[in-house]
Design a binder for this molecule. Structure first.
Ligand code: BG6
Length: 491
């Protein structure tokens, strides 16, 4: 079946932080793409909201510049951009005072029957104040939703309090907690692979799977986010959310349907089943790292501390963990996860390694028999590879060869690969929560992460230095190699 565009109901999308980095890089380009694909129904508006005063015309200019910068030149279509700009408005509102709220109110009044979404692309410290203003100005209709970005707290307690704050104003079904990894095409494909094929599910357990690896490697460094990142570190920034969500999709039981509650109930069970890591086992099961000066593909790069411009910091820019899930399905199967900044390359993938064959009928001249692996590549070069053994074609007797059934999406399909935000932004309008995190999931993730953070602090586990442009500290290699396994770093 070819791709299908199903238009959504008319909407008003209010983006708080409308002139910020996320709006510029991701939200505006994603909405533009959806308009271009013909998915909007008129009249639909996008309303940027931020503190500084700005006219609609200036906001349209800002958006045009953002699209110029962040769309590929082929996608920048002048007539389409003009049409997009015509639906843009701007209101200066202040989260901490009454300033601007009446104006936003009267603007929204014009669209009172449309789906209304408030996107909070702002610091979580003002989520509460914005929510209260929204309530006090009676901006919540039956068709209103609120979208919040991570970080949702910096530990269990602050996550609970943030959830309480938003929960005082909005019902859980109106709250869309975004984890953009869930909107990535290949992540959704993981569900298709697992649950639309009869092939994998019978093998998807401890009897047939040796271990799973999840790698989210980035080549970028701090990217002028020192203020946020140095307080967060890789565990809070990537593991608590993106990586645990990926782990959930790999490990969850088959939900009864794609119904949001059915899917999220199963993910929650995985999170609750993660075996605790605390001061007793933290040194054995986790590695923290911090990059020092090295090189990227563009030349020499500074170390983390130099990027911070002074000061000491033990913040981890790399983390590797050997996680286990206490369940019948996954008993004894390690999930090795790792993520880091300034690694050798930008590459995210999930590798499911099957157990070796129990007995070989071939003699030594046939060569080594490698275990089957399923590699799900999230980025770049999205695709799926199933590694198998075959007979090397041609004469010369039985020589075995490890090859992959390769489905690189770019080669296999003509369709454009939408950015994760495109799918998620419109799921909000469609009122579909399947790819968003429920409150209990976020809190369960913190429940597992908190003791690790605490144990690092208590045991004084320092961040091991690694050279920028490598695969992280040698201790991360030891973490997996002492179990007789290796990180997957090939194609
Ligand atoms: C964000 C993190 O959530 O995800 C960033 O805060 C990280 O530190 C980014 O760079 C990675 O996203 P992607 O889609 O580029 O892999």
């Amino acid at each position: 079946m070819s791709s299908q565009i199903i238009p959504v109901e008319p909407f008003d999308y209010v983006v708080f932080g409308g002139t910020g980095d996320l709006a510029e890089r991701k939200l505006l380009p994603a909405l533009y793409h959806r308009q271009r694909a013909g998915q909007f129904t008129e009249p639909s508006r996008i309303i940027g909201a931020s503190r500084s005063p700005m006219t609609d015309a200036a906001y349209r200019k800002f958006a045009t510049e953002a699209l110029k910068q962040f769309l590929s030149p082929n996608d920048f279509d002048k007539a389409e951009v003009e049409k997009f700009c015509a639906r843009l408005h701007y209101v200066a509102v202040d989260a901490t005072s009454e300033k601007g709220w009446d104006k936003l109110s009267s603007l929204l009044e014009e669209g009172k029957d449309r789906v209304r979404a408030f996107y909070l692309a702002v610091s979580p410290s003002i989520f509460g104040q914005i929510s209260e203003h929204i309530r006090d100005h009676k901006l919540i209709t039956d068709q209103t939703r609120i979208v919040v970005e991570k970080p949702i707290g910096r530990d269990l307690e602050s996550a609970r309090s943030l959830n309480d704050t938003i929960g005082k104003v909005f019902k859980e079904e109106q709250i869309f907690r975004i984890d953009h990894y869930l909107g990535k095409e290949t992540v959704q494909n993981l569900m298709a692979l697992r649950f639309a094929n009869a092939l994998y599910e019978p093998l998807w357990n401890f009897a047939h799977i040796d271990h799973v690896q999840i790698t989210v490697a980035e080549s970028v460094g701090l990217e002028s986010r020192a203020g946020y990142y140095d307080k967060a570190g890789a565990m809070r920034d990537m593991v608590q959310n993106h990586i645990l969500q990926l782990l959930c999709l790999v490990a969850m039981e088959p939900p009864t349907s794609m119904d949001p509650e059915a899917v999220r109930d199963e993910k929650l069970k995985v999170l609750r089943g993660l075996k605790p890591i605390n001061e007793n086992n933290v040194e054995k099961l986790t590695v923290r790292g911090q990059y020092k000066a090295g090189a990227s593909s563009n030349g020499p790069v500074k170390g983390y501390l130099e990027e911070l411009e002074g000061g000491e910091s033990n913040t981890e820019t790399f983390v590797a963990v050997k996680a286990e899930i206490g369940s019948w399905r996954w008993a004894g199967v390690p999930f090795y996860i790792r993520t880091g900044k300034r690694l050798s390359t930008r590459m995210s993938e999930i590798v499911v390694s099957f157990k070796p064959i129990p007995h070989s009928i071939f003699d030594e001249t046939a060569g080594r028999i490698s275990a089957n692996q399923l590699v799900i590549r999230l980025q770049p070069d999205e695709g799926v590879k199933q590694w198998l053994m075959i007979k090397d074609p041609g004469p010369g007797g039985m020589r075995l060869k490890h090859v992959s059934l390769d489905m690189t999406f770019e080669h296999s399909f003509e369709a454009r690969h939408p950015d994760a935000y495109e799918r998620l932004l419109l799921d909000v309008i469609r009122n579909n929560q399947t790819l968003f995190m429920r409150r209990d999931e976020v809190e369960a993730a913190w429940h597992w992460v908190d003791p690790i953070l605490k144990a690092w602090e208590e045991t004084g586990q320092s961040a091991q230095s690694y050279t920028a442009g490598t695969w992280g500290p040698s201790q991360a290699i030891a973490l997996i190699e002492r179990d007789g396994r290796t990180w997957h770093e090939g194609d």
